[in-house]
Design a protein around this ligand. Structure first.
Ligand code: NAD
Ligand code: WQD
Length: 335
């Protein structure tokens, strides 16, 4: 199939581009490079031994998206493009709704006018809010406490309406838990601008002595050791989830949703310990108060993605940390 990846030069998009391309799909990237480096394209070329076509532009440029869909005879779209920092979304809600919601409307208009009706959307476990029960299944009630999460919920609702509009749409939303790690080559990985918001990229920079210590946000949660527990998933497993989702969505009319995670919770202390083992470095940390808006514990029920998509995660926490550490050491090297 010919597949367009919006936001395809970003963290999850670039890993998915590798997996889809290696599975024999023709992959086209569309990215405005607002949160990634152009050097990712040379790095992808090095992994794949071929250059992937990349259109530089914004998904809100409907004319450009239409041209891209038509020029490359696109069969399906995976929609990664979006802004994703929770804290920033609280300060800049208009930018988040304009980029994420308006951007998705523009993409849908372009798809409709080009007759492309197959879409996989990057949603997030953040739409489950504070869990009412664990593990979280796809029927768990949804809610949002910030503009980022609400933009994902609005988009999901919008996609349901489009799928039910009587047209020929095949749409699925994938709710990712906590994607971490990097490609085994060490050539692509997560590349946050400035101070990392998320746990693993922060630990990586402590291990490499770019940052002096990790702030552990709370050790008084009702969890295994008092620190926050999350369902961290290797980004290559997540990318493989998209391959499975694509095979399913082609033959599935209407709207559906799947959680993508491992089904296992890992605490902050467990993550520190595993990263220390992978890197051979001390991870200095200080206990701080809880971070506003954080939940105690979150992990998925895997039955639906296993049963229907036939997909499950394979890579261990050690592999997540080892690949992150390799990327941390190679990210600034020239290709
Ligand atoms: P990322 O920032 O690395 O990738 C997003 C890409 O989209 C970037 O390359 C950026 O330049 C591009 N982009 C943003 N706005 C654009 C626009 N208007 N037009 C064209 N390109 C645009 O983020 P990621 O971690 O790869 O996340 C991909 C998707 O998955 C996002 O929608 C994000 O909300 C979602 N998600 C991410 C996580 C996570 O923890 N990383 C968790 C759940 C969901
Ligand atoms: C994990 C755990 C922190 C940093 C966020 C978004 C979510 C999704 C994924 C996109 C928590 C603790 C963290 C640090 C710490 N993104 N922590 N010190 O909060 O589960 O999810 O990213 O959809 O929407 O909210 O991930 O990696 O920030 O935090 O102690 O410096 O690590 O308190 O317990 P989170 P995270």
């Amino acid at each position: 199939m010919n597949i367009l990846l919006t936001g395809g030069a970003g963290f999850i998009g670039s890993h998915t581009a590798v997996v889809l391309s290696q599975a024999g799909h023709e992959v086209v990237l569309l990215d405005n490079f607002c949160n990634c480096r152009k050097s990712v394209l040379e790095r992808l070329e090095k992994i794949l031994c071929k250059a992937l076509p990349c259109v530089e532009g914004d998904i809100r440029d409907t004319t450009l998206v239409i041209k891209t869909l038509q020029d490359y005879k696109i069969d399906a779209v995976i929609h990664f493009a979006g802004l994703k920092a929770v804290g920033e979304s609280i300060e800049k809600p208009i930018e988040y709704y304009a980029n994420n919601v308006q951007g998705t409307i523009s993409l849908l208009e372009a798809m409709k006018s080009s007759g492309v009706t197959t879409l996989v959307f990057s949603s997030s476990a953040t739409v489950y809010g504070d869990p009412q029960y664990l593990p979280i299944d796809e029927k768990h009630p949804t809610s949002a406490t910030n503009a980022y999460g609400r933009s994902k919920l609005h988009i999901e609702e919008m996609l349901k309406d489009v799928a039910n509009s009587g047209a020929d749409w095949n749409i699925i939303c994938l709710r990712y838990f906590n994607p971490v790690g990097a490609h085994e080559s060490g050539l692509i990985g997560e590349d946050p601008n400035g101070l990392p918001n998320n746990l693993m990229p922060y630990i990586a920079q402590v291990a490499s002595e770019k940052l002096p210590h990790l702030n552990v946000y709370g050790n008084d949660y009702p969890t295994v050791d008092g620190t926050g527990v999350r369902d961290y998933i290797h980004v290559v497993d997540l990318a493989e989830g998209h391959l499975a989702a694509l095979a399913y969505v082609q033959h599935h009319k209407g709207w559906d949703v799947f959680n993508l995670g491992t089904g296992h919770g890992i605490s902050v202390f467990e993550m520190i310990s595993s990263y220390k083992y992978a890197s051979g470095k001390e991870i200095a940390y200080q206990i701080k108060g809880r971070r506003t808006g954080d939940i105690a514990e979150c992990y998925t029920k895997v039955d639906k993605s296993q049963g229907i998509l036939g997909w499950h995660s394979k890579r261990s926490l050690d592999q997540m940390c080892e690949s992150s550490w390799l990327w941390q050491n190679m990210r600034n090297d020239s290709v």
